[in-house]
Design a protein around this ligand. Sequence first.
Ligand code: BES
Ligand code: MN
Ligand code: ZN
Length: 489
Amino acid sequence: MEIALATSFPDDADTIVVAVGEGRQLFPSAEPVDSQAGGAISRAVKTGKFKGNKGQMMDILPPESMGLERIVAVGTGDYSVYQPVDRQYLGGMASAHLDKIGARHVAIPTSDVLNVCDFAHGASLRSYRFDNYRTKIKDEDRHTLTKITLVADDLTGAEEKLARLGHLADGVTLTRDLVSEPANTLFPTEFARRASELSAVGVDVDVLGEAKMAELGMGALLGVGQGSERESQLVTMRWQGGAEGDPWLAIVGKGVCFDTGGISLKPGAGMEEMKFDMAGAGCVTGLMHALAARGAKANVVGVIGCVENMPSHNAQRPGDVVTTMSGQTIEVINTDAEGRLVLADALYYTVKTFKPKQVIDLATLTGAVMVALGTYKAGIFSNDDALAADLIAAGDAVKEELWRLPLGDRYDKDINSDIADMKNVGKGREAGSTAGAILLQRFVEGTPWAHLDIAGTAWTKGDEAITPKGATGYGVRLLDRFVADNWEA
Ligand code: BES
Ligand code: MN
Ligand code: ZN
């Protein structure tokens, strides 16, 4: 979506959006439009159920003289309590409505252009679609809204703000594209190729194939990919926006391009959803794009472990013991608990190579986190209270919320194995998400670390304010905010 700035109404706009607050109160910026329309707006909002409540929309037919198709009144509710993210959400809701009525170029008058930038950003995020494989789209399903022009006398700072939000939206879009892509077209080497395209925004990308990983001793990651025809890949994306010698922030992602469960095969029903099992890696890639494109003043390295978990005559078996890069051994009780095996090597490689000040991993690691938290919040596990608090605060600010779940010695003992250093499952159904997290903790060498289990939040089955149904891009906005507040401030 194009977002433009102007000091007067563009001739080719077909729709004007105006804001109406609690108690049917027109925003001051709506007054001149209302008078041009001969009071049509103020008359319309006095009737019916439209009260200016948050998210209410009303389509008004303007007089012919205005050369417009519609004026859309958008209710804000109590505007005095709005945070930037609330404007984004309202923009998202408006965007869905505007597409429904066929609006194409929308002009929005405002006396506070910076605030309305957030509204437009939300509209743009909501208008995302993954249409690559749809050869027939019905007219009424088609998105029409392609341009929003913000109209204000004072445009100070708006261009800068829109550019920054645009890079963030591009990052979210990249993540959603990667996560939406089916596994026959997005497999590990293709993922690595897509990640390599980040060199265009100044990211240094390195790809390790299976031979190199074998040399490094990454037996856990390689064991997961062993049953697949597709070669596993470890991709490193470096953005050095800070000073040389400044510490690194490392972000690590689970990139299981498809998770069949392996020999511990998953049931058939719903298995198609497991193309999303690379959402952690998808988030890391989108985040690196956003940070580099906006020139974030921080040294951030993203590392993703990309594999395909398949059953085959070559696949690893339940009971196999693998040796990780760290030298620790893992008994593979269940080949479907593969994410922690991939991350064990990816995390260890990352902390050894970059000695980061903090390391954060994202993974669609456990079904159990959905049992605990549903789809509204992701689980966070951390060995560092300050890091956990900073991530939770960033999540709250952008409404990508986190809820902290426990680690601890007693859980740690639960993954001890009789024949190896550890096993890849805990006590059956008990504390399943912690069992995954606690294994990861054994591979971070005491680095301040947080694990985000995004199995419930990476995908949505229904439309949400700034997220159409499908891949959400969860984590990109959260971590962009975390970097801005804690690494650039
Ligand atoms: N990718 C899955 C986790 C998952 C399951 C995400 C369902 C979203 C929906 C992960 O690899 C997995 O299979 N985890 C197992 C672990 C178990 C075997 C210990 C799980 O959660 O059942
Ligand atoms: Mn699995
Ligand atoms: Zn998985």
